[in-house]
Design a protein around this ligand. Sequence first.
Ligand code: SER
Length: 896
Amino acid sequence: MTVRELRSKFLRFFEAKGHLHFPSASLVPYDVTGRLDESLLFTGAGMVQFKPYFRGIAQPDHKRLMTCQKCVRTGDIDIVGDDTHLTFFEMLGNFSFGDYFKTEAIAYSWEFLTSTEWLGLDPQRLSFTIYEEDDEAFAEWCKWFATVGIDGSTRVFRLDDETNYWPAGAFTKGPPGPCGPNSEMFYWVADSPPPGPKYTRADWIADDAAVNWVEIWNDVFIQYEWQGELKNPSRPAEGFQKTGMPELPFRSIDTGMGLDRTALVLGGYRSVYDTDVFLPIFEAIDALGNPGPETDPEEVARARRVIADHIRTAVFCISDGVLPANNGRGYVLRRLIRRAVLKGVRALQIKEPFFHLVYEGVVASMGDYYTELTERRDVIVETLRNEEALFRRTLENGLRLLNEQLQAAEGAFSGASAFHLYDTFGFPLEVTQEICRESGIEIDVDEYDLALGEAQARSRSGQEREAVYSAVGGVTELAVDGAPDTTDFTGYADTQHAARIVKVRMPEGSTTTYVALDNTPFYAESGGQVGDTGDLCFADASIRVLNTTKNQGTFWHEVASPDGHAADSLLGQVIVAKVDAARRARILRNHTATHLLQAALRRVLGTHVTQAGSHVSPSSLRFDFTHGRSLAREELEAVERMVVDQILANSDVTIYVDIPIAEAKARGAMALFGEKYGNSVRMVEVADFSRELCGGTHVRTTGQIGLFKIVSESSAASGVRRIEAITGEAAYEFVLEQSARISEAAALLKAMPRELVHAVERQTEALRDERKKRERAEAAMAKGSTTANSTTTQVGTNILVTQRFEDLDSKIVSEWVDDLVARDPHAIALAALVVDGKITFTCKVGGAATAHAGNLVREVAKIAGGGGGGRPEFATAGGKDVSKVDEALAAAPSFL
Ligand code: SER
């Protein structure tokens, strides 16, 4: 059975049991309400997105759902490459939210596993573990075993909460959240026949350790809300202290079947890498070339597996909006890519960037089900290629250093060196550790952490504010009776609205107060657009709104300590909320212009361009996007011109409120990469040029933007470029200032502004001519003085020419001696150059002359209180006594 068939079989089975197919959540763990689960880096199980449903704080449309969830777990990254561990895998799951419970869940699992209509697995080869106190689960499984004549007590075993609670160990150590006992399902994969009727719990534990059993499925009986507090809030890693474990409002089911592992079992394989899903990926790897005879086949096999695993994780992460970075999810991604690249370089001897080529294998095997892989092809390929190129730039030097240090290391590798490898060469610690381990050498991780901590402390100064803010202790929050949970936003239509103050928050020790209204025209900072400022007006006074932010649907207006009104007396007051309209208008221009810019970039540079960040403020806009190279001037001009054309066309900006996401996507709307959207969305359209999902405020027609000007293009991060631009008044001011500067410069050159370039050229040329003239004059002076001031003496067949020079460039003196001996091979040229009271004697001897330049200058220099010497044909020497220069030159013939 192929992986595809298994996936669809599971979904068909549970559909027949009344389940609706719910889409896989993003790998970035947004839950069904659109909130990011801060406790997790990645979605690692089907249940993650459903936490609000289990808790009863959000209601699903249907009480029975099923999913095929993409999952990333990197906890076992070191053993990836063995038979069963992967960092990316698919989890099939059926869920009940307060509908069926344990009896049905176990019955469904048994039927799907054993019925010949479904997987038809041999019950003799199945075993189950349950939580030690779960008598019900024990009875249910035994009931099913009895139907096939097997004594359940030889197949169902009780274990503790480390293995048989979800999350693992949840009964004792948390984390906070929905949890419950579980039951894991195992299949006998050993070559020997499955165990007989005397099988015990101790036998099972030994066989599990020997990997004779492979876990394929897990039923979780969600029942409780584990409650607890961090033992030490400043060190979250120390874990939680349990404070209670009340029952949830209803009982639920969460199950997770490992698609790859189940396919392994069905195919009779020993390794998940033998399943068909990996075939096209290995083909793509093998197409890169043959590693050559001197490579170790075991190392090659492992490297192929690691690359095959990591490419899936990398590709799925990028398609969900994660980009390589130095922290958080981005760092996990970076580590995976670099680890795979190193395997390719070291074990497979691949010389050129290759990882992005393996992407095609993933598309061939999974692209039909996960359409995001091809929809985001360009950005995936570009990101992989850039990250590998970045790493390869330092790879060779890093590896050389690593090897040198490995040879020097005796048993231990310094943590500071490992940090240096990370900091300078981009080697993730785990990668260095892995390479060291191959030589049986350990890294001093404490020392590494210390070096990392110091580096972080050095770069943290900019983030201090945040730390201080979160250190502020308690918050007092007051609310009127019946205060709404969320604020109505009226600001798409107006910038002014009557409203009532319904909540007031006062962070302890802060002079800022936060005010919430029942409805507000103030836009709250989101989607890159800054929050509005303005005033809350009472009959006789007003208070200033410095910023607007939102938290879970409530818009908070940040006000300076209210003047004449005690903070708590604000509560319940009716006011008029007035947004700074001129500032808002500037924001609108920049926001719509950002959309036009993105559309233009995709047309000029290609569809790999994807938003990686944006900041829309009244003064300017900043747009970060995925692209591996800086933009050429022509490209920037083309982009700018395209945006300006759209402005000149004065197209309508149409807002579609609440359209189904499928429709928006079908119409080609750009979604913010990795963002969680609801079923209906807001789409902003500019003619046929740009469509984006966006909650921001925009101009009504593009003509209102006025003018658009790109002011800079730079690198924001590896593979990410940044464009800053201005619109409207700011762009006009910019143009004014530029032309003023041009006029000023032209006036200085006594030219008309339009002749500035020509005038500068003329000026530069004149300067160049001037300089040449001067040089020529100097040279002429030097040569001219040769004939006038030099002394020529015949000594045997030699012709000695001496001359004194003052304040000249030594180059001219060199030319003079060269010139002389070039003209007459019998010549011996001896020059004395006096500059700032220092004397330099230079002597050159012609090819036919019989003298030693070194000896001659030495004797001559002595007279002037100096010394030196050199080769027979050319030498220089210094002197100190300027009054003796002529005497020294005059003595030269006698030395010959
Ligand atoms: N949450 C459980 C697991 O991941 C079952 O889906 O194993």
